[in-house]
Design a binder for this molecule. Structure first.
Ligand SMILES: CC(C)(COP(=O)(O)OP(=O)(O)OC[C@H]1O[C@@H](n2cnc3c(N)ncnc32)[C@H](O)[C@@H]1OP(=O)(O)O)[C@@H](O)C(=O)NCCC(=O)NCCS
Length: 177
């Protein structure tokens, strides 16, 4: 089963990215250093970084039932989320919002949209990894009904704060039966 290109939640719509979205993504959040501290990917330095992300997103969508989604409030781009498949039954999720959209419950609403979609696509385990100091993101996942699965030691790099260093990650997961 393939995901639809567009998923609507109460206040947001989540859309499959297109090549024409590069400038909006770069300008709204991907090139903004304020979003970077706890991200697992480097903040984009140039539009070419964003184009590489879009090529990756397209490859994910071709290979798997879904991939990254852009988050829109009405017709304004405010961030991104998605499903990163590791197998047909296991995927991870994440989210990033432009700073002017923080604090409105949008990340929680977007990840709940991904959770619903994951169940519809037959995923058995959906998880997210969070820097142990990132209280806002932990709270998002708690509100969205993810279980705290504890710390995975030296598991991920946070390239905008300590490039090349593997740091601990707190894992959150939800299992579908
Ligand atoms: C983290 C992020 C996605 C949160 O988005 P958001 O839309 O503001 O999140 P929500 O409004 O849905 O929920 C945030 C919750 O965290 C709480 N929170 C925010 N900052 C906090 C802090 N420093 N300590 C504890 N809780 C905090 C909020 O009060 C809210 O909980 P509440 O509804 O119980 O009051 C957003 O700040 C962001 O995009 N940051 C940059 C990218 C990033 O770090 N992505 C996540 C990587 S794991």
């Amino acid at each position: 089963m393939k995901a639809p290109d567009r998923v609507d939640t109460e206040r947001l719509n989540l859309r499959r990215p297109a090549a024409s979205d590069a400038e909006a993504i770069f300008n709204r959040y991907a090139g903004d250093e304020r979003v970077g501290e706890f991200l697992a990917w480097p903040v984009h330095r140039t539009l070419d970084d964003t184009r590489q992300f879009l090529a990756f997103a397209d490859a994910e969508w071709r290979m798997w039932p879904a991939g990254p989604f852009l988050i829109y409030r009405h017709d304004e781009l405010i961030g991104s989320t998605g499903l990163a498949f590791e197998s047909k039954s296991r995927a991870s999720t994440g989210y990033v919002l432009a700073p002017d959209a923080w604090g409105c419950g949008y990340a929680t609403e977007a990840v709940l949209g991904m959770k619903t979609l994951a169940a519809e696509l037959g995923i058995k385990r959906l998880y997210a990894g969070v820097h142990p100091g990132h209280r806002a993101s932990a709270r998002v996942l708690e509100k969205a009904g993810f279980r705290d699965d504890g710390i995975a030691k030296a598991c991920a790099e946070f390239p905008n704060q300590a490039p090349g260093v593997l740091q601990d990650v707190r894992l959150y997961a939800v299992d579908f039966r």
